[in-house]
Design a protein around this ligand. Sequence first.
Ligand code: DAH
Length: 341
Amino acid sequence: MPSLQEQILAYEQEINAFAPATPADLEQFRIRFLGTKGLVKLLANEMKSVPPEGRKEAGMLLNGFKQLAEARFAHFSALQQSAAANGPAIDISLPGTPIPMGTRHPLRVVENQIVSIFEKIGFSVATGPEIEDDWHNFTSLNMPEHHTARDMQDTFYVAQNPDWVLRTHTSSVQARILESQPLPVRVICPGRVYRNETISARAHCFFHQFEGLYVDKNVSFADLKQTLYYFVTEMFGPDTKVRFRPSYFPFTEPSAEMDISCTVCGGSGCNLCKHSGWVEILGCGMVHPNMLRNFGIDPEVYTGFAFGMGVERITQIKFEVNDLRLYSQNDVRFLRQFQGL
Ligand code: DAH
């Protein structure tokens, strides 16, 4: 049987090597060494069998053993208490794992802006189908079957039904509004339109437009000008100038095209404005009496204005994007540039 000294030495080695992984390990340690039936008590009882001349030395050894066990226990309980108080050991100064943020498409960013500008002055949003019939896309808009104005747009026809087209403009929604809503109406109609064009930097087979329509008693060309002027200053800033040029659209009379002073060069001449200082942004006019009549509206009682603009065009001016194809290529290097908008 090992002597008391040898036993104490072996236990002390065990104590020095001890490191609890869990609070339960520490509790086991306490019971084994410091409990009522623990080793410290057990060995103290053995003192009786130590001959009197060896007791002093054995007492000192035993005391050292007891202090070591108590110190080790106190050390680990303090550590466990502070870990419990501080929560899990996480270094909150470490950089986090990035969560990739999506971006809105630039066309959607601009569309949202346009909607909120017009909503502020009482326009509501309306939409219509992209596959449209001849009546809503052409005929009711004062463009009968052989009207030369139909040549202005190269149209995609739906093979199964010669009466169906992919709408060539959002003006078709004007027709749908006038046939279904009571007057007065004040709407803007965003949407995708299609034309049979060869795809290049400056043309695409689909793009996006905004149609505006206001029909009520006493709506005048001055109302149209003021509405569009408000839109331009909100969209491009208060220093932007506008000018109207007479034009032709079958569904408006009189008709105009509107230019804004070039936002890139301020009018001194650049690539965007082709060195003219002006950029065309939309077509507009007073709703043609024939069109009102097509929907049973008396043009002697009601008048209205309408306008149509390309969202790609507005976006090109705002963000200086000079190739239309970028909008539909889904190249993240392009799309990421609009983060946070
Ligand atoms: N629909 C025309 C286009 O696609 C744009 C347009 C011009 C719409 C004049 C209008 C308007 O409402 O009054 O080119």
